[in-house]
Design a protein around this ligand. Structure first.
Ligand code: ADP
Length: 473
C-alpha cells in the first residue's frame, strides 16, 4: 500500500463542528480501495485518548511548543488515527477551537499539530511508517507543507481548502513562537497584510491545492469569493482542482437508517410516516404544503437571515418549517421570534443533534440551503439521498450537485431540486414559491424525489480523484 498522512483538526466520529470532519472521516476507507493507506493526525482533545482506548505510542517529544507530547495510534472504524496528545495545548474544556470565544493560543495549538505532521513526514513513526504524501486540511494544517518546504523535504504535499473564510491569521510577532523563519515573512510566502496567514502559507508552499467542488475552485480565484486570497490562488490555478465531497452512504441511507421508518426510491410510503412524526416532534399542525427543513450552523454564510425575511410568506402560502441549528445568537433570537409568530407552522430546535438531523431528513419534503457561499455543502446531498428535495443558492458545491427544475430540465426529466440565482430575499422567495408549485404536482414531485435518491453520492468517484492526484505527485 502507498502511504498518505492526513492532517486535520476535526474527524468523524471523534470530533466534529462541520463538513471538514465528515470529509476527513470518510477519506481513509474510500482511499483504501485505491491502494492508499491513510493515517489521520488529529489533536487529542479532552477525552479522546480514553474514548479510543489508544495505548500504542508511535512518536514523542519532550518539548512540543512548551510541553511534552506523544502521538498515540488507535483504530477507529477501521482507520488508523494518530492522536497528538499534548495536554498543555489540547486537554481543555470546550470545543476544538474555543469555549465560547476562540482560545488565545490557537495559532500555537495548530502550528504544533502541523509541526508534528511535518516531523512524521520527514522521519516517520516508531513503527516504521513514513508517508509519501502529506494531505493538509484548512488553516489548522496550513503550516505543515510550509515546514516541509523550509526543511527542503521532498515529501509531496496537498493543501485542501474546505472554507476560505477561515485563514489562520495571527500577529507577525509570533514568528519565533511558531518556529517560522524570519526570511519567509514576505508577501510571496507567509506575510498577509502585515500578519501571518497559515492558510496562505499552505497555499503557497503545497505541491497541489484542492478545494471541495469545481465551482468553488473557480469562485476562489474571484475577488468576491476569495476573501483576499483570490490572487494567491489564481497564481496557482495550474495546481488547483475542485473535487466534490461525497457522503457516507452507509450512515446516510433511508433504507437502513435506524433513526427513521425505512423507505427507498422504490417504496416511499415510510417517508409519510416520518413526516407525520416530525411534525409532531416540532409541534407542527395542518401543514398542507411542503414541509421544509434546515440543518445548519447559524452564521452569516448560511443565508438564514434571508429565510427569516421570506418565511412568513412561505408559511402563509401553506408551507411549514422545521429548523435545527446553533451559532450566532442574533440569528438564534430572530429564528425564535419567527417560530413564536408562526405557531404550529415553524418549529425550532437550537443545538447540535445528529440523531434529530436524521429524523428531519427522513420526514422533510425539502431542505433549504440559501448559503451566500458554500464550498461543497453536505445537507443538500443528504437531501437528495433522502428524497428531501434541495432548494439551494447557485453557488459553490450547491450549484454543482443540484439540477435546477427549470423548463428545460423539467421537460428532459432530469431536475433534482431548485437552484436560485440572486442570493437575496427576492431570490429565495421566488424559490420558495416554486417549491410550493412543484410540490402541488405530486406526480412530478415524486419523480424528482426518486431521481435524487438514485444518484451516486458516495465517495467512489471523488476518492479516485484524490488517489490520482497523490499518484501524480
Ligand atoms: P459547514 O461545514 O459549513 O458547516 P456542511 O454542509 O459542509 O457545512 O456540513 C455541515 C455538517 O454538519 C452536515 O453534516 C450537517 O448535517 C451537520 N450539522 C450542521 N448543523 C447541525 C446541527 N445543528 N445538528 C446536527 N447536525 C448539524
Amino acid at each position: 500500500m502507498k502511504r498518505v498522512l492526513s492532517v486535520t483538526s476535526e474527524c468523524v466520529p471523534l470530533i466534529k463542528t462541520g463538513g471538514l470532519a465528515d470529509v476527513a472521516g470518510a477519506l481513509p476507507a474510500a482511499l483504501r480501495d485505491h491502494g492508499w493507506d491513510m493515517r489521520t493526525l488529529l489533536p487529542a482533545y479532552r477525552g479522546l485518548i480514553a474514548k479510543t482506548k489508544a495505548k500504542k505510542t508511535v512518536w514523542s517529544s519532550d518539548d512540543l511548543f512548551g510541553g511534552p507530547a506523544k502521538v498515540f495510534m488507535a483504530k477507529v472504524d477501521g482507520a488508523e488515527m494518530l492522536l497528538l496528545d499534548a495536554p498543555h495545548l489540547y486537554d481543555r474544556a470546550g470545543g476544538p477551537y474555543g469555549d465560547g470565544v476562540d482560545f488565545v493560543d490557537n495559532a500555537e495549538r495548530f502550528a504544533a499539530l502541523s509541526w508534528v505532521a511535518a516531523e512524521i513526514a520527514q522521519n516517520g513513526l516508531t513503527d516504521g511508517w513514513t508517508p509519501q504524501v502529506l494531505h493538509a486540511h484548512d488553516w489548522q494544517a496550513g503550516l505543515a507543507p510550509a515546514y516541509l518546504r523550509f526543511a527542503n523535504s521532498d515529501v509531496k504535499t496537498v493543501m485542501t481548502v474546505h472554507n476560505i473564510a477561515f485563514q489562520g491569521v495571527t500577529p507577525a510577532h509570533k514568528l519565533d513562537d511558531l518556529k517560522l523563519p524570519h526570511d519567509a515573512f514576505h508577501p510571496d510566502i507567509l506575510e498577509y497584510w502585515g500578519q501571518v496567514s497559515t492558510l496562505k502559507a499552505g497555499l503557497v508552499t503545497a505541491d497541489a491545492i484542492t478545494t471541495v467542488s469545481p465551482t468553488y475552485a473557480e469562485e476562489l480565484m474571484r475577488p468576491d469569493f476569495g476573501m483576499g486570497l483570490d490572487g494567491v490562488i489564481a497564481a496557482r490555478s495550474g495546481d488547483l482542482s475542485g473535487i466534490l465531497n461525497g457522503i457516507d452512504d452507509a450512515a446516510w441511507d433511508p433504507d437502513t437508517d435506524p433513526a427513521i421508518v425505512s423507505y427507498s426510491a422504490k417504496k416511499l410510503t415510510g417517508k409519510k410516516k416520518n413526516r407525520a412524526a416530525l411534525c409532531k416532534e416540532f409541534g407542527l399542525k395542518g401543514v398542507k404544503g411542503p414541509l421544509a427543513i434546515v440543518v445548519s450552523r447559524l452564521s452569516h454564510q448560511k443565508g438564514l437571515d434571508l429565510l427569516i425575511e421570506a418565511a412568513d410568506e412561505f408559511v402563509a402560502k401553506g408551507g411549514g418549517l422545521a429548523i435545527l441549528g446553533s451559532g450566532d445568537p442574533w440569528l438564534e433570537g430572530q429564528l425564535q421570534a419567527l417560530a413564536t409568530r408562526n405557531p404550529g407552522k415553524v418549529g425550532l430546535r437550537i443545538g447540535y443533534d445528529e440523531a434529530l438531523s436524521h429524523r428531519m431528513f427522513g420526514g422533510g419534503d425539502a431542505v433549504l440551503v440559501p448559503s451566500r457561499f458554500e464550498p461543497c455543502g453536505l445537507t443538500q446531498l443528504y437531501g437528495l439521498r433522502y428524497g428531501t428535495v434541495p432548494v439551494v443558492a447557485a453557488t459553490g458545491g450547491l450549484a454543482d450537485t443540484v439540477i435546477n427544475a427549470n423548463a428545460v430540465a423539467q421537460a428532459a426529466k432530469v431536475s433534482t431540486g431548485i437552484v436560485f440565482q440572486g442570493i437575496d430575499r427576492l431570490g429565495l422567495s421566488r424559490a420558495l414559491d416554486k417549491l410550493i408549485a412543484l410540490y402541488s404536482d405530486q406526480k412530478g414531485w415524486t419523480a424528482m424525489q426518486k431521481r435524487g435518491m438514485t444518484q451516486d453520492l458516495g465517495w467512489g468517484a471523488s476518492s479516485a480523484k484524490y488517489a490520482e492526484l497523490y499518484e501524480a505527485l
